[in-house]
Write a protein that binds this ligand. Structure first.
Ligand SMILES: CC(C)(COP(=O)(O)OP(=O)(O)OC[C@H]1O[C@@H](n2cnc3c(N)ncnc32)[C@H](O)[C@@H]1OP(=O)(O)O)[C@@H](O)C(=O)NCCC(=O)NCCS
Length: 152
């Protein structure tokens, strides 16, 4: 895995993955905003320059929120999501952040399994937080403590 900072030129490739793998994808504007705000936006790139995955972490005081993580369909279930998530947690540790938290659709079994394996635990539930085809669905709030015992 080779993670590097996301550049503006990467947004087309990132958006293509996002639109293919997310039922409710971020827009081009969402990615542009994340870059403009200086969030920690990373991509995984292979030798031929193709982007396989991306992740975005938003620092908030002494914590950070994982805003997005995605892996191209053909590259899923090969450990890349776990490796990228571990890389984002390492980055947060290097900044001496206390914990990383996130919100995830209660129906997103793949992401929830990924987060649990990385050491995230459930800390809350936001009812009817997301829109979906049948109206709304809950968000799980999950957190990974970065201090004290090593997680995962
Ligand atoms: C969530 C996501 C990033 C995982 O990426 P990935 O590269 O496939 O993840 P990994 O290969 O590292 O999988 C790690 C573990 O997560 C769990 N997992 C991953 N995909 C899963 C799936 N489809 N179903 C059940 N568990 C899954 C498994 O425990 C897996 O370990 P295993 O393969 O040894 O069983 C990927 O499925 C994705 O891009 N989904 C769409 C975008 C999304 O929902 N992002 C999260 C919200 S922003």
């Amino acid at each position: 895995m080779t993670m590097r900072a996301m550049a503006r030129d990467d947004v087309d490739a990132v958006l293509a993955i996002e639109q293919a793998v997310q039922r409710f994808p971020w827009t081009r504007g969402n990615f542009a905003d994340a870059l403009n705000c200086g969030y920690d936006c990373r991509v995984d790139e292979v030798d031929n320059g193709a982007i396989r995955g991306y992740a975005i972490l938003m620092p908030v005081a002494d914590e950070a929120e994982l805003l997005a993580i995605g892996v191209a369909q053909a590259e899923q279930r090969k450990g890349l999501g776990s490796a990228m998530l571990a890389g984002m947690l390492d980055m947060a540790r290097e900044k001496n952040l206390r914990r990383v938290f996130l919100e995830v659709r209660a129906s997103n079994d793949a992401a929830i399994a990924l987060y649990r394996r990385a050491g995230f635990g459930e800390i809350g539930l936001r009812r009817d937080y997301y829109q979906n085809a049948s109206g709304s669905e809950d968000a799980l709030v999950m957190a990974c403590e970065l201090t004290g015992e090593v997680n995962g």
